[in-house]
Design a protein around this ligand. Structure first.
Ligand code: UGA
Length: 436
């Protein structure tokens, strides 16, 4: 099969490289010429552990090519994987204009009579049918057969390759048995269970999965907020409930809230999708509200200790929405920073790899430092927004020696309370006792 992947963002690039790695011949297409040039030179435009190495080895093996020439990308492809972005519209719904562009290009450039179009982008239920309609119309119904497949992605940024090769399941939604078999062939070497469903169910599985994981996080954050008031400890509570196999231990880490390019966008899109069919998704609305409020609660707790942030020197450790990624989209850190700037704080930020992106968003509104030492030096307060290993492993006695009168507001519960107790630190975390 000749495979073309449309879009070289997170999902597209990881998919293309992984398919090449298991022996397929892949062309990756992107409209962004600069990005394609970078990729052709063997450089990954995103930071993802192991990706650049795998990219280069498959380029050397001549299994993967990059192009911004749509004709070259689609002319002979038997199977096209759509992995372009579906950003958020103002009303929270998913913007399908990039998906539509791909459909138009396929119609224009494909010389095949029969094609398989696989959608990996996160798209509302019904989109795959739309893709088929768009290709059919734009090509003046030239194709003998257009097969559509919904094949959502479940990879996490920062562990995208690991997740691709060790996934719990692959979901394939299609209404054609032969195409389902072709998808089995495509993914066979990965040796991961494949679930076959109809197209709509597959589309829904993606949104429902992300909404459920977001719900787990907001749930544990609410429990944490109550723990603080009743003197319970969220670490023990999470462990205690997570050991029930019906609940499971994952996604029960309380903190400053979820961010990133998926949960915030997909939860809103599902609320919107439900609304479109006249169903109000009360539970998910509450999940979103809890998440929006979580960084503000942390600021409130800090305010209770320092009184005001006006002219206070504040260090922010972590800008990425989670460790092992340079992605800062919808990061809780940015919410904290914005609020603290509004309240007159003088902010220095530290992130091991996302600083260059933070500069584009925050400009001269904050100071930047390349080490934790510099960031916290002489600071009144330190906020921890991302649990980078550099932060988790940072010696606590350095907060004492470098900060004025150390106050740590830890949005990721990086340190055991027992370790903090040994130091002279005021320590606020999430769902645990405040230490003075
Ligand atoms: C998420 C899903 O986990 C993937 O399965 C999915 O494929 C992806 O979205 C997507 O739709 O593309 P991702 O956004 O990369 O992946 O990151 P996660 O590891 O899920 O973390 C999301 C956010 O939740 C982070 O801000 C993280 O700090 C937060 N989180 C996660 C918590 O606050 N507590 C937890 O226990 C787990």
């Amino acid at each position: 099969m000749k495979i073309t992947v449309a879009g070289t963002g997170y999902v597209g690039l990881v998919t293309g490289v992984s398919l090449a790695e298991i022996g397929h011949q892949v062309i990756c297409f992107d409209i962004n010429e600069q990005k394609v040039k970078e990729l052709q030179a063997g450089r990954s435009p995103i930071y993802e552990p192991g990706l650049e190495e795998m990219l280069c080895s498959n380029m050397n093996g001549k299994r993967i090519y990059f192009t911004s020439n749509a004709e070259y990308a689609y002319k002979e492809a038997d199977l096209i994987i759509i992995a372009v972005g579906t950003p958020e519209n103002d009303d929270g719904s998913a913007n399908l204009s990039y998906v539509r562009l791909v459909a138009e290009d396929i119609a224009k450039y494909s010389r095949q009579e029969e094609i398989i179009i696989v959608t990996k982008s996160t798209v509302p239920v019904g989109t795959n049918e739309k893709v088929k309609k768009w290709v059919d119309e734009e090509s003046s119904k030239r194709f003998k057969k257009i097969h559509i497949v919904s094949n959502p992605e479940f990879l996490r940024e920062g562990s995208a390759l690991y997740d691709t090769f060790n996934g719990d399941r692959i979901v394939v939604g299609t209404d054609c048995k032969e195409v389902a078999m072709k998808m089995d062939e495509l993914y066979g070497p990965l040796n991961i269970p494949i679930i076959h469903t109809d197209i709509e169910s597959s589309e829904m599985i993606k949104y429902a999965s992300n909404a459920f994981l977001a719900t787990k996080i907001s749930f544990i954050n609410e429990i944490a907020n109550i723990c603080e008031k009743v003197g319970a400890n969220i670490d023990d509570v999470s462990r205690g409930i997570g050991m029930d196999q019906r609940i499971g231990p994952k996604f029960l880490q309380a903190g400053v809230g979820y961010g990133g390019s998926c949960f915030p966008k997909d939860t809103k899109a599902l609320v919107q999708l439900a609304g479109d069919v006249h169903h109000r998704f009360h539970l998910l609305e509450a999940v979103i509200n809890v998440n929006n409020n979580q960084p503000l609660l942390l600021i409130q707790k800090a305010r209770e200790i320092v009184g005001t942030f006006e002219h206070k020197k504040v260090a922010i450790l972590g800008i990425a929405f989670k460790p092992n990624t340079d992605d800062i989209r919808e990061s809780a850190s940015l919410v904290l920073i914005k609020e603290l700037i509004n309240e007159g704080a003088i902010i220095t930020v530290y992130d091991p790899i996302a600083t260059y992106l933070a500069k584009q968003v925050l400009g001269e509104n904050v100071l930047y430092s390349s080490s934790i030492d510099d960031a916290i030096n002489d600071a009144d307060i330190t906020f921890i927004a991302t649990e980078w290993k550099q932060v988790v492993n940072y010696p606590l006695n350095k907060y004492v020696s470098l900060m004025k009168d150390p106050i740590i507001i830890d949005g990721r519960n990086c340190y055991p309370l027992a370790s903090i107790r040994k130091e002279n630190i005021t320590y606020v975390s999430v769902g645990r006792e405040t230490l003075y």
